[in-house]
Design a protein around this ligand. Structure first.
Ligand code: MBD
Ligand code: FE
Length: 304
């Protein structure tokens, strides 16, 4: 590993002796390949193990699961840990904590003001009323805040990726009302499980791990003048609330799902049967920097 021959090989691999290309990519590839070589040496990786890994990556790509394996290996969580530390240093800590986006957002969901019905009525799930107020850190309500919400159905599947669901089922964008409140009527989601025959689950099996997530609901929250928030809530009482394969759970983001039998309370939401209420209030942190006010770029379904 530490011979002149390997040193020169790595430099040529990363194009360090070439004038063209991208310097940042060269730096990263040089370091990655150095570390891969080092791992092969330190762990005495056999050719069989090496080629297994190569064809594993082929399958991962074929299955479209690279962005599913990433959170399973704690990479999304690690990026969050780094962004939290950055916020801390920049004096931007506080408010509702972030947690990972996950790979299943779809851009372009219908937008409404104050209220949205999220489910298409085809699944006979427990009715969920999901509501909360968006405020600043002093509790001042923030009307006209865009709250984007997406979650799974009773089978743990997400519309668009699960072609059996209707377009934008369980995906809505709600602008908060004059009191800063958003309210959604939907169905209580089921937890998510990695495709059992997929590449992600195959690796998790080798690690003795499951590929399950608790019932959860994703949020993007944005308002000019405030830090963009990417977060999720995990419903309390799920077997996996504190055992999420994607490491998205944070104590402040665990919400009770409260069964409400009272007819008058149901009537308040235009319902004539018992329902389950989930309350999630959100606090945003002031930032005048445009780069803080937007979600970071990544490839997303149907995003321009
Ligand atoms: C999900 O629904 C999810 O949110 C994440 C992070 C990974 C897989 C499925
Ligand atoms: Fe999810």
């Amino acid at each position: 590993m530490h011979t002149q021959e390997v040193k020169e090989l790595l430099e040529k691999v990363a194009g360090l002796n070439q004038t063209g290309g991208n310097e940042r990519v060269k730096t990263i590839v040089h370091r990655v390949m150095h570390d891969v070589f080092q791992i092969i040496e330190d762990l005495d990786i056999t050719p069989e193990e090496f080629w297994n890994a190569v064809y594993y990556i082929n399958d991962l790509g074929k299955n479209g699961e690279a962005a599913l394996l990433a959170p399973g290996l704690g990479m999304d969580k690690y990026l969050d840990i780094r962004m939290d530390a950055e916020d801390e240093q920049a004096g931007l800590a506080g408010g509702t904590p972030r947690t990972i986006e996950g790979p299943l957002y779809v851009a372009g969901a219908p937008v409404s003001e104050g209220f949205a019905r999220m489910d298409d009525g085809t699944q006979d799930g427990e009715t969920m009323i999901l509501t909360g107020v968006v405020t600043d850190e002093n509790g001042k309500p923030l009307p006209n805040t865009l709250v984007e919400i997406w979650h799974a159905d009773l089978k743990g599947g997400y519309s668009y990726f699960d072609k059996s669901q209707s377009e934008y089922n369980l995906r809505r964008s709600i602008l908060t009302d004059a009191e800063g409140r958003y309210t959604a009527q939907s169905i209580i989601p089921s937890g998510y499980g990695c495709p059992p025959e997929g590449s992600t689950q195959a690796l998790l099996n080798q690690l003795g791990r499951h590929g399950r997530r608790p019932a959860h609901i994703h949020y993007f929250v944005s308002q000019p003048g405030y830090k963009h928030l990417t977060t999720q809530i995990n419903l309390a009482g799920d077997e996996y609330t504190y055992d999420d394969f994607a490491f998205a759970t944070r104590e402040e983001l665990v919400c009770d799902a409260v069964r409400i039998e009272d007819a008058a309370a149901a009537e308040q939401y235009g319902l004539n049967k018992p329902f389950t209420k989930v309350e999630f209030n959100i606090q945003l942190v002031v930032s005048d920097k445009p780069e803080h006010q937007q979600r970071h770029e990544r490839k997303r379904a149907l995003e321009a």
